[in-house]
Each structure stands twice: as C-alpha cells, then as structure tokens.
Write a protein that binds this ligand. Structure first.
Ligand code: ADP
Length: 164
C-alpha cells in the first residue's frame, strides 16, 4: 500500500489545502493529513485537536484520507507510519526556498521518503490560512476560501478573538 503524508499547520484548513489533499488521495492508496504542532511558531488560532476535527469534517467523503496530529520530526513520523512520500502544495516562487530546504533536510533524515510538490490551482494561488484570518477579521467574506462545513466555526472564532 502506497501511503503519503500531507503535513501543515492548517490553522485553519483552506480550499487550497483541501485541493492538494484531494489530488494526493487520487495518486496514493492512503493519505495521512498531519497537523504539525510547532512550538516555535507563533500561537495558533485553533488548537491542534480543533484543526484535526475541522479537517476530518471536510474530508469525510474521502475514504482513503485520515487525519492525525504530531509533535516532532516529519521524517520520523513517515518511518513509523510507512509513508513513502510527503506531498506539499507550491503556491509561488516565495514558497520554494523554504520548501526546498525542508525537503533536503528530510531527505537526509529519511532517504526512503520522497517530497513531491504539487502546483497550486491558479484560483487558490493567493490563498493561505493567514489571508483567510485577515479578511475575516475585517469583516470580509471568506465563503470562497474555506470549506462550507467549517465556515461558520471559523467566522465565530475570528470574530471572538478580535482585538478592536
Ligand atoms: P499556510 O502556509 O497557509 O500556513 P500550511 O503550513 O498549513 O499553510 O501549509 C501546508 C501545505 O499546504 C504547504 O505545503 C503549503 O504550501 C500548502 N498550501 C497552503 N495553501 C495552499 C494553497 N492555497 N494552494 C496549494 N497549496 C497550499
């Protein structure tokens, strides 16, 4: 069985993330979407468990997709779960340098794991979790940016966190 991992912060999951997950699910027998808990990153809007739960609700129809949370090295996670590839979405040139560095590091740590880059859909090229949060904070519509299943929960949380 060919297993792939789609890692990320997913704070929250967007249509851009979901598109990459959907396309990965077509190429592999099983996809593990891993919510990476990174203590060095600035505080998140949603807890890891909330992010996992939101991804589960959006991927319900995808029978070969499971969701997990993880603190640690992705290369180790892949070994433990027999995953042969990490699939990442590339939006623009600006994503490239950091992703390339991560891919080479992971290759050193786990030579059996490939990193595969999938180009973002043109319509989601601009989309990131931070864009969603910024637009929502200032009252703009995020209906086209996030899956409908989780839209209301996101708006509720962002509005509740507003500092002005
Ligand atoms: P973000 O950069 O939005 O915080 P993550 O760290 O959760 O996203 O990203 C997880 C993966 O999803 C990364 O490989 C990232 O490049 C990819 N990704 C994020 N947004 C998009 C998008 N709009 N289209 C394609 N891939 C995306």
């Amino acid at each position: 069985m060919k297993i792939a991992i789609c890692p990320g912060s997913f704070d929250p999951i967007t249509q851009g993330h979901l598109d990459i997950i959907r396309r990965t699910a077509k190429m592999f027998d099983k996809v593990i979407v891993v919510v990476m808990v990174n203590y060095h990153k600035k505080t998140s809007t949603f807890t890891a468990q909330e992010r996992k739960n939101m991804i589960e609700r959006c991927t319900q129809g995808m029978t070969n997709v499971v969701v997990d949370t993880y603190v640690g090295l992705l290369a180790e996670y892949a070994k433990k779960h027999n995953a042969i590839a990490v699939v990442k979405g590339l939006r623009a040139v600006s994503d490239f340098e950091d992703e390339f560095q991560q891919a080479l590091t992971n290759r050193k740590l786990n030579p059996d794991m490939e990193t595969i880059f999938v180009t973002a859909e043109a319509e989601y090229m601009f989309l990131s979790s931070s864009v969603v949060k910024q637009v929502c904070e200032f009252g703009g519509s995020i209906a086209e940016f996030v899956p409908s299943e989780i839209h209301d929960d996101i708006v509720k949380r962002i509005q509740a966190n507003k500092k002005f």
